[in-house]
Design a protein. Structure first.
Length: 132
């Protein structure tokens, strides 16, 4: 089993149309093709859909180290509304410690325009994952 296989069980992200493109310890990239279900009443992608995309990239990058890690703090800032196309989320480790890991996730569209910035800290448990 690979890390990508492990995250196929992330049912909410899969249902939301989020796809992992690349994953390695400390880094991951995901995408979401914008669909009608992602749009809010203002016809732009709902913040929760963008959050889900960024959160999966973060989760994959932090869990790729091989032990179960769970988010303990997140924040997101939105910069540009978008109603069509594809969104990408790229997660990179900012600080790695035995118990805590902090990541930054940059969300862009297919034109490489900044859509959102997501930061998160995870608690790294001593529970090995089955793919590692």
């Amino acid at each position: 089993m690979t890390i990508q296989d492990f995250f196929k069980d992330d049912r909410y992200a899969v249902f939301s149309g989020v796809e992992l493109l690349e994953v390695e310890a400390g880094r991951a990239k995901a995408k979401m093709d914008i669909q009608e279900m992602h749009l809010n009443a203002g016809n732009v992608v709902q913040g929760g859909a963008i959050f889900t995309l960024a959160d999966l990239a973060f989760a994959a990058a932090v869990n790729a180290y091989g032990n179960l890690a769970m988010s303990i703090e997140t924040s997101i800032r939105y910069f540009k509304g978008v109603g069509s196309g594809t969104l990408f989320a790229e997660a990179k480790v900012v600080h790695l410690h035995k118990k805590l890991a902090t990541f930054e996730v940059i969300v862009t569209n297919e034109k490489d325009e900044l859509i959102a910035l997501f930061t998160a800290t995870a608690y790294r448990k001593e529970i090995p994952l089955s793919f590692s």
